[in-house]
Ligand binder design. Structure first.
Ligand SMILES: Nc1ncnc2c1ncn2[C@@H]1O[C@H](COP(=O)(O)OP(=O)(O)OP(=O)(O)O)[C@@H](O)[C@H]1O
Ligand SMILES: [Mg+2]
Length: 306
């Protein structure tokens, strides 16, 4: 559907994006992940045709001449509006920019405002909209010309938990009709809503592929423990065990990475029992996408410091 080849963007201070290549296949929902400044927005802008790459190209497989932008819907990270316009006026205006007739534009606007859940505000001035309502209007705007590819830059970051849920559900529906690439730094959303991930760091893709595959390749067994007190004392004791590869205290939970989950569980429970540890929680599981994200970012930070 869309092929990005060695996309590169340089600004005065250096590379914002460097040699990024990937393919978006039809009907897939792909999450573009990465910390602040990783190059997500720059990549999306180059694909949407809003900025020109310094090097590399974007190919659209169904392109039969004409501007590829007619096939692409784009939600910017910080959508800007004329506050004096109403939602419906704005959508009709955007539709007409895409050469849609006024009659059809009004019909489409009504349909889309319902779809994104702000139909009751159709005649309200955008200046009076909340952040979440503006975000929903932005999604409606991106869909007005029935694009084949939808690019959403941080579609859920500004939303409250209910709005987030609504937009994630909407994205789930939209991926039946369009190919969807969206950026986020909320990893649980990516785990929930995407088929594939592209993980960016400092302008390059450091990890990519189907979500389950990336998770499987990077998954480490871990046991999480919570104590009523003195977490650090137990962390020190546990770190010395032969099945333990790493310990880390985060938000009052001690995360223990292990190389033999069955043996480690047995040993830890035995020790807890013998020494009467004041345990509140004992959970056996695996590392999450968030753990992978932190690992990648930390590894690169360490390389930079060498
Ligand atoms: N117009 C510009 N001029 C100069 N540098 C820029 C410009 N736009 C982006 N950059 C730089 O390029 C890098 C990537 O920025 P980008 O906005 O693509 O990151 P991002 O992954 O979207 O970050 P965030 O999560 O904060 O939205 C950053 O170092 C940024 O400072
Ligand atoms: Mg961004």
């Amino acid at each position: 559907m869309i092929k990005a080849k060695e996309l590169t963007k340089m600004y005065d201070k250096g590379y914002a994006v460097k040699n990024v290549s990937f393919e978006l296949s039809p009907g897939k929902c792909v999450a573009l992940l990465g910390p602040n400044g990783a190059g997500k927005t720059t990549t999306l802008k180059m694909i949407s045709g809003l900025i020109a790459p310094t090097k590399g190209e974007v190919k659209f497989s169904e392109k039969k001449g004409g501007d590829i932008r007619q096939h692409i819907g784009y939600l910017p990270q910080h959508p800007q509006y004329h506050g004096w316009m109403t939602a419906v006026e704005f959508l009709v205006y955007v539709a007409q920019l895409s050469h849609i007739s006024k009659k059809e534009a009004i019909k489409q606007s009504d349909r889309l405002l319902k779809r994104v859940g702000i139909a009751e505000a159709k005649n309200k001035r955008i200046a009076k909209f909340s952040g979440g309502m503006k975000q929903r209007l932005g999604i409606a705007q991106a869909l007005i010309h029935k694009p084949k590819v939808l690019l959403l830059d941080e579609p859920v970051s500004a939303l409250d938990p209910i709005g987030r849920r609504d937009v994630l559900n909407l994205m789930e529906e939209l991926k039946q009709e369009t190919t969807l690439l969206y950026s986020t730094h909320i990893l649980s959303d990516a785990e929930e809503a995407s088929d594939e991930i592209l993980l960016m760091h400092k302008g390059t893709i450091v990890e990519s592929g189907p979500l389950h595959q990336v998770k499987k390749q990077n998954q480490i067994d871990k046991i999480s423990l919570r104590f009523t007190e003195n977490m650090e004392v137990y962390a020190d004791q546990i770190a010395n065990m032969e099945t333990v590869t790493k310990t880390e205290v985060k938000k009052q939970v001690l995360h223990v990475h292990v190389n033999n989950i069955h043996l480690a569980r047995e040993q830890l429970l035995e020790k807890a029992n013998e020494e009467k540890w004041p345990l509140l929680q004992f959970e056996v599981g695996q590392t999450t996408l968030e753990d992978l994200f932190m690992k990648v970012v930390n590894e690169h930070a360490m390389e930079d410091n060498l």
